[in-house]
Write a protein that binds this ligand. Structure first.
Ligand SMILES: [Zn+2]
Length: 220
């Protein structure tokens, strides 16, 4: 369940990235005086490049995390095999740390070690759920997909809007979309809705203003 929630959160973040970075690039190109076709082509290229780099980054980071989790799992299961007594008293200590009395902790640790001690050690000692490791491939694919979905919003709007008002339309679509993703991510993380939506919209507006300004410094 918590991993599904994390995937959803990652998806919303990826979509935000796709929206903001594509619109920022579009505005920079429009401000520099590019025509409609050039603007759309640049936006497409930015969306593809961004999705590839998101996927790559996610693949590398999840793989590294997975490798370190796997080596921790191997180390822990080696310790359980080689020094079960020490590991049992370690479990007792962990349980006492949760406020369990000495006697109950000893009984519980003994029962845990009679069953599946690896699972309990991983969870309580290292915070790892061995049955729920993230796959680097699915993480990469879902972040690329969410980036593309986000990028489509400004791309489609620049395609449909008349070129003379493209900058205004892209800005409006971007800020409204960020309001939407802000609402979703506030729901997902149980935070104060208004504040997180405002943070996103203001951040997005600053980003767009910056690239628009830079674009107009370098006219085509
Ligand atoms: Zn242990």
């Amino acid at each position: 369940m918590s991993s599904k929630l994390n995937t959803l959160r990652a998806g919303v973040l990826g979509a935000n990235d796709g929206i903001v970075s594509t619109s920022a690039l579009l505005l920079g190109v429009i401000a520099a005086g590019a025509g409609a076709t050039e603007t759309f082509t640049a936006g497409m290229a930015a969306a593809v490049a961004g999705a590839v780099s998101m996927a790559l980054g996610e693949y590398v980071s999840v793989s590294a995390q997975r490798d370190s989790e796997k080596s921790l799992i191997a180390k822990e299961s080696g310790e359980l095999r080689d020094m079960p007594t020490e590991e049992t008293s370690e479990m007792e200590e962990i349980l006492r740390g949760f406020g369990v009395s000495e006697k109950t902790a000893a009984t519980a640790a003994a029962e845990i070690h009679a069953g599946d001690p690896l699972h309990a050690h991983l969870q309580l000692e290292l915070g790892i759920d061995a049955e729920d490791l993230t796959s680097p491939w699915s993480a990469a694919a879902s972040s690329a997909l969410s980036f593309i979905l986000g990028a489509l919003l400004p791309l489609v709007s620049v395609l449909l809007a008349p070129h003379s008002s493209a900058a205004a339309v892209v800005t409006l679509v971007t800020l409204v979309s960020l309001g939407g993703t802000g609402l979703v991510s506030a729901r997902l993380s149980d935070t104060r809705t208004r504040r997180s939506v405002a943070r996103l919209i203001i951040g997005g507006a600053i980003g767009l203003a910056l690239t628009y300004g830079i674009g107009s410094l370098f006219p085509v």
